[in-house]
Structures are given as structure tokens and as C-alpha cells.
Ligand binder design. Structure first.
Ligand SMILES: Cc1cc2nc3c(=O)[nH]c(=O)nc-3n(C[C@H](O)[C@H](O)[C@H](O)COP(=O)(O)OP(=O)(O)OC[C@H]3O[C@@H](n4cnc5c(N)ncnc54)[C@H](O)[C@@H]3O)c2cc1C
Length: 434
């Protein structure tokens, strides 16, 4: 949108182009509807470079809560799926049992289309196999996990899942954005939506700041899909002061250990793992940070720690992802408070303890076992179903919907992308098709 074109209109404005926004936009475009996607980030290219991941990441990967917990989100076309690892987990059963949200038909559609499948044997490297053997010896059902990845298209680039679509092998929300555009949807990048406009209880449009200055766009319907940290400030500025109260992030910790053989850096990240501790609130998978992130972490520990980078090729890594409780808030200026509670820390410690045991069993030097500080890659639950939105994802203004990770009404402790895509398909089919 140029400076002279600051006032525009669309039947539906979709704010944000992550899995929630992209799925809604594609569904509406395919139904022949007039859709405008407003995305805060740029259309970063090329994919496949870690430097570009830094550029796409909010604050170059230094985003943190005011308590100091690192959080990761990407501000780019496709949202955080440009760095997600493609693991595909089905929605929690409590969405149907407690909230009456039956996603089964939409999950079937997702599975038919994106065909999530476990990592094939031929792509399991020495590190992944070693961790699997050790975890099984410790009594865990450790196995390849399903991913939104076409393994037949997976070359060496599938080690670089943190940096884009791995040459098109990994599904990212950009694919749906492109399909939405092919169906007639418009995409405007570098458009930071600040507020939803309404009159007499009905949506009339959105307001924000774009690359050419302030803009205002008329719309009959607005779907907010700016993500777990992005949607709440827009809701607050639009007359929903309770939005943003309570945040979940699924805190994760990576535990590393070294041994003489080939480490995890050549494996598909989060390729294999176990759900055996899911009832406790922990899932575990093999994973190591890509080398630039790993090195960045060492730099924080000073020159002596940096010397440890020599061991990177021999480092095995296990990620423990935990289910946290709601705490803190997203504030109107976008800053986040997310204190980790005693319960959160206990669960994280348990994840580290099990990871360490597996790494020792895998032959790692006991002196080499270290863990990263907790971080959050799934900010969510800030505009919850049953709180700011109803089970149809409609907010208290006619024509206003929310469809992203912020609507999750309970902590999942699980990667949420399949749930978000299914929720978006349901929203289009059951609420927005007219
Ligand atoms: C490193 C990493 C690995 C992950 N691995 C997995 C995995 O394997 N499996 C899985 O299921 N999940 C994974 N996740 C989590 C997953 O990527 C996110 O939960 C998911 O992308 C959230 O989708 P969303 O639609 O809620 O928001 P997002 O993906 O955050 O998209 C929101 C979009 O809105 C835009 N936006 C924000 N504010 C505004 C505004 N004011 N105006 C306009 N646009 C705005 C943003 O730029 C962004 O494009 C991972 C995340 C990370 C960071």
C-alpha cells in the first residue's frame, strides 16, 4: 500500500500470516471472497539462511520476558513457521470434551493434505540412533515423530529446518499465503495493525502504521491472527482490557552432552522423541540448536565457554518441553511478563534430570552435561476461548474473530500448529463461508 493509498477496504481483513491467518485467508480466497492480509513483517528472502532467521526473528532472537526468559517468534510472512520444526501433533482431546470444539473433521482434512509422517529410518543419523537406543534402555518409548515434511524432498537442507522450508520439503504458512494470493487474496507487508475500529457494536475496519505511515482500512470482518504475543495488544487497544492477562509459553530446555562420535547437529531436529511423560506435562525430543544459536549461547558464558564450541560436532542434545501454568501478561506496548512458577521450575528440572540420564546412558562424558536456560517458543493463551472469545472464536464485537495460538484456553505443553490450522479451517467452514 503506497502513501496515496492509505485508505482502502476489503470484505475481510486478516491480521497476521502465520498458520492461523494464512489458513483463514486461503480458505476465504478459495471461496471467492475478497480478502486482504496485513502482515507486520517483510517477505524475507532467501530462505535457508540462518542469517535470515535472525533477521526474521523479533529483536534478532533477543526477545525476552521482563523476567529474562528468552522467547522466540518470527515477524515475517508465514510467521513462526519459517523457523518451526514441522512436528505435527493432534489437538488435545480437552478441546472437545471441555469446550465442545470438535476438530476431528478438520484434522482429517489437514492430514489428507499435509500428510504428516514420521522421520524415515534412512534419515536417522548416528546421534539420533544413539539417543534412541539409550532412551529405550532407560525404559522410554522413543521413536520417530510425525512432521509436516515431505521426506522424499529432504536433502541435507532438512538439518536446517530452523531456516525456512528446507527447499520446500517443510510445510510453512507461506505456502498457504501463496495459495491465498493465487486465489485472489491481497497481501500487504510491513503493516503493523494497532487497533480494530467499530461502530454500534460492529467491526468497521482496522487502523495501524505501515511503511508509508498511518493507515486505516475499512472491513466488514476482521480476523486477528497476529500470534500469542501480537493479538493481545490489538485487542487491548480495541476495548478488551482483559486481553493479555496470563501467558503460556511451553518452557523448553535443551540438555547437551558430548561423546567421541557424531553428535545431533547432522540430524533432523526434533526428529525422534517420547510422549511417555506427557501426563506429567513433559515431552522430549532429540534436538540441538543450530550452530550460530549454539555459539551465541556460549558467548554469554565468556571466553572459556566459547572454547567448548570445538565439541559441537560431538554434542548430543535432548529437548524437554514442559506444560506451564498461566502467569504474567502481555502489556499494551507489547512487553511481556512471564514469571516461571515453582511448579514450572519443578517440571523443567524433571525434564533436565531425565534428559541427563539418557545422555549419560548414551555414553556422554558426565562432566560435559549442561542445560540451557528455559525459553519459550509457543507463546499462547492470551485471548482465550471462554474468556475474550467464544467457542466460535468470535470476540464481543460483531464481525471480529481471533484465530491463532492466543485463543488456546488451556496450556498444551505440545507443538500447536496442527491445532491452529484445524481451528482456522473450522472458522472458515462454520462461521465465515457466507
Ligand atoms: C524455533 C521454533 C520451533 C517450533 N517448532 C514447532 C513445531 O515443530 N511444531 C509446532 O506445531 N509448532 C512449533 N513451533 C511453534 C509454532 O511455530 C507457533 O506456535 C505458531 O507459528 C503460532 O502460530 P500463530 O498463527 O499463532 O502465530 P505466528 O506464527 O506468530 O504468526 C503471527 C503473524 O502475525 C504477524 N503480526 C504480529 N503482530 C502483528 C500486527 N500487529 N499486525 C500485523 N501482523 C502482525 C507476525 O509477523 C506473524 O507473521 C515452533 C516455534 C519456534 C519459534
Amino acid at each position: 500500500m503506497t502513501g496515496s493509498d492509505r485508505h482502502s477496504s476489503a470484505k475481510t481483513v486478516v491480521v497476521g500470516s502465520g498458520p492461523g491467518g494464512a489458513t483463514v485467508a486461503r480458505g476465504l480466497a478459495r471461496r471467492g471472497q475478497d480478502v486482504l492480509i496485513l502482515e507486520r513483517g517483510a517477505y524475507h528472502k532467501p530462505e535457508g539462511s540462518y542469517v535470515n532467521t535472525f533477521r526474521m526473528a523479533d529483536r534478532f532472537l533477543t526477545l525476552a520476558s521482563i523476567e529474562g526468559t528468552q522467547m522466540v517468534r518470527l515477524l515475517t510472512v508465514g510467521g513462526s513457521t519459517l523457523a518451526y520444526l514441522g512436528t505435527a501433533f493432534e489437538p488435545p482431546t480437552w478441546l472437545k470434551d471441555r469446550y465442545g470444539i470438535d476438530l476431528a473433521p478438520y484434522v482429517e482434512e489437514v492430514k489428507r493434505e499435509l500428510k504428516p509422517t514420521p522421520v524415515p529410518e534412512r534419515l536417522l543419523g548416528e546421534g539420533a540412533k544413539r539417543i534412541m537406543k539409550a532412551a529405550r534402555a532407560e525404559g522410554y518409548d522413543w521413536r520417530p515423530m510425525p512432521h509436516f515434511i515431505d521426506w522424499d524432498r529432504c536433502g541435507p537442507r532438512c538439518r536446517k529446518l530452523f531456516a525456512g522450508s528446507a527447499g520446500g520439503a517443510k510445510w510453512t504458512a507461506r505456502r498457504y499465503v501463496e495459495e491465498a494470493r493465487a486465489g485472489g487474496a491481497r497481501l500487504e507487508t510491513r503493516m503493523h495493525v494497532k487497533r480494530v475500529l467499530s461502530s454500534a457494536g460492529r467491526v468497521t475496519g482496522v487502523q495501524g502504521v505501515g511503511r508509508s505511515g498511518p493507515f486505516e482500512i475499512e472491513a466488514e470482518r476482521v480476523v486477528l491472527a497476529a500470534g500469542g504475543l501480537g493479538t493481545a495488544p490489538i485487542m487491548q487497544a480495541s476495548g478488551f482490557p482483559g486481553a493479555g492477562e496470563g501467558v503460556i509459553i511451553d518452557p523448553l530446555v535443551l540438555t547437551y552432552g558430548t561423546y567421541p562420535g557424531r553428535g545431533s547437529s547432522r540430524d533432523v531436529p526434533m526428529g525422534c522423541g517420547t510422549l511417555d511423560l506427557q501426563d506429567e506435562g513433559i515431552i522430549m525430543m532429540d534436538c540441538i540448536d543450530p550452530w550460530p544459536w549454539y555459539l551465541f549461547g556460549l558467548l554469554m558464558g565468556g571466553p572459556k565457554a566459547v572454547a567448548g564450541f570445538r565439541q559441537f560436532p560431538h554434542t548430543l542434545g535432548i529437548m524437554a518441553k514442559t506444560r506451564d501454568g498461566f502467569a504474567g501478561a502481555v502489556r499494551p506496548d507489547g512487553t511481556v511478563s512471564k514469571p516461571l512458577t515453582e511448579d514450572d521450575r519443578r517440571l523443567i528440572a524433571r525434564g533436565v534430570e531425565v534428559s541427563s540420564r539418557i545422555l549419560l546412558r548414551a555414553g556422554c562424558d558426565p562432566a560435559s552435561i549442561v542445560s540451557t536456560p528455559p525459553r519459550g517458543a509457543h507463546p499462547a493463551g492470551t485471548v482465550r476461548i471462554g474468556d475474550q472469545v467464544d467457542t466460535d472464536l468470535q470476540a464481543g464485537i460483531a464481525g471480529l474473530y481471533v484465530c491463532d495460538s492466543s485463543v488456546l484456553p488451556q496450556p498444551m505443553g505440545m507443538p500447536p500448529v496442527m491445532t491452529i490450522i484445524a481451528l482456522a479451517r473450522r472458522l472458515v467452514a462454520e462461521q465465515l463461508s457466507a
